[in-house]
Design a protein around this ligand. Structure first.
Ligand SMILES: *Cc1c(COP(=O)(O)O)cnc(C)c1O
Length: 382
């Protein structure tokens, strides 16, 4: 047997073997070989991607005029008008100088930190930031430390101890954390950032854009601190029902990234049709307030119910992890939920710290409390 086969069988032994689920989307449900299941693993938080009417409207209004490929990097011949239209629109909505688009959140997080960093840079990142940020940090080659999750005393301690050794410090966090569903204290972070002129703040709002804030701009909108964040990363692939990502920043940072950021420079830009769809949905974002309210109410109810079973529940959002601990029990629970009509995938190490395997429930605006009552009973009897 070769090394690859050995590793695959070791993964199977540890309950860590991953496969690609086969399914068909049907609104808030997925059709699988186990039947029609309520999708509790979707990132389509507002239910926009699932909605036929919106797609019809888009194709009537815009659709067929836009190309399906940009055929090039934006720095060559792939810079279409619609990209700059969306960027101007984003900058205006966030009331900031500039925005820059990327092919995905992964590209954004992989490329921005390496572009900004040199050997005089220190990156201080929350312990639980997304894999794409970790990869970006590693690629940057900069010195880095990770502070305990949402522990700003620890962050301050690291700043005091190491901050003076570097010219520039970049603090990196998510706003709503993808696996725990809890929130960073952005106010506290902006205060820390403002304590010295060489600190930059980088916030990944992948799970908050669309969902948080009066007009759906994210947690920084709710907390009124958009102007204090140097790099606010948002993605189109989750609540915005599209594909791609953006950063909101100052004009000179935008220019700098265009000159230095490799995943932007060396990759074919998103299809113009796709960018037009992102723009179409982003323009309507303020109108989806009812969906945000519905999502919030349903998530609050589910957290309240789950807290009766799991006193240690950490979530404060629509992402609600149910931690079982080891891989086997998580997989068993996921299978049991499947038999009862719920599609909720297990999340295992290394995606989450070892010993904290979980079912990660993520709610969407088209799910109701009635849909979830049976689920809560199943979790009680687990
Ligand atoms: C999903 C996710 C990303 C990656 O975004 P894509 O557009 O899916 O590549 C980045 N950051 C966080 C926190 C995410 O959850």
């Amino acid at each position: 047997m070769n090394r690859f086969l050995n590793e695959l069988s070791a993964l199977k032994d540890k309950g860590n073997f991953r496969t690609l689920p086969t399914l068909k989307h049907k609104g808030k449900y997925v059709q699988t070989s186990d039947g029609l299941l309520l999708n509790l693993s979707s990132n389509d938080y507002l239910g926009l991607a699932a909605e036929q009417d919106l797609r019809d409207e888009f194709f009537q209004e815009t659709g067929t005029n836009e190309l399906l490929s940009s055929s090039s990097s934006r720095l060559l011949t792939g810079n279409f008008e619609v990209y700059e239209e969306l960027e101007s629109f984003l900058a205006e909505r966030y009331n900031r100088q500039a925005a820059l688009l990327f092919n995905s959140g992964y590209h954004a997080n992989l490329g921005i930190l390496p572009a900004l960093s040199n050997k005089h840079t220190l990156i201080l990142a929350d312990k639980l930031v997304h894999a794409s940020i970790i990869d970006g940090i590693q690629l940057s080659g900069a010195a880095y430390k990770r502070y305990k999750h949402n522990d700003y005393e620890h962050l301050q301690e690291l700043l005091n101890r190491f901050g003076t050794l570097y010219d520039m410090i970049i603090i990196v966090t998510e706003s709503i954390f993808s696996m725990d569903g809890d929130k960073a204290d952005l106010k506290r972070l902006t205060d820390i950032k403002k304590s010295a002129s060489n600190i930059l703040l980088y916030v990944d709002e992948a799970h908050a854009v669309g969902v948080e804030g009066e007009t759906g701009l994210g947690l920084a909108e709710s907390l009124d601190c958009i102007s204090d964040i140097d790099f606010l990363v948002g993605t189109f692939g989750k609540a915005l029902g599209s594909m791609g990502a953006y950063v909101i920043c100052n004009s000179y940072f935008r220019e700098y990234l265009i000159n230095r950021m490799r995943p932007l420079i060396f990759s074919t830009a998103l299809p113009p049709l796709n960018v037009a769809w992102s723009l179409f949905l982003f323009k309507r974002l303020p109108l989806f307030k009812n969906r945000r309210v519905q999502l919030k109410e349903c998530a609050e109810w589910m957290r309240k119910e789950l807290r009766k079973i799991d006193a240690g529940l950490i979530s404060s959002s629509h992402i609600i992890p149910f931690i079982t601990g080891d891989n086997e029990s998580t997989i068993a629970l996921s299978s049991k939920l499947k038999e009862s009509g719920f599609f909720a995938l297990p999340v295992r190490p290394p995606t989450v710290p070892s010993g904290s395997a979980r079912i990660r429930f993520s709610l969407t605006a088209d799910i109701t409390i009635t849909d979830l009552k049976h689920l809560i009973m199943l979790l009680e009897w687990k």
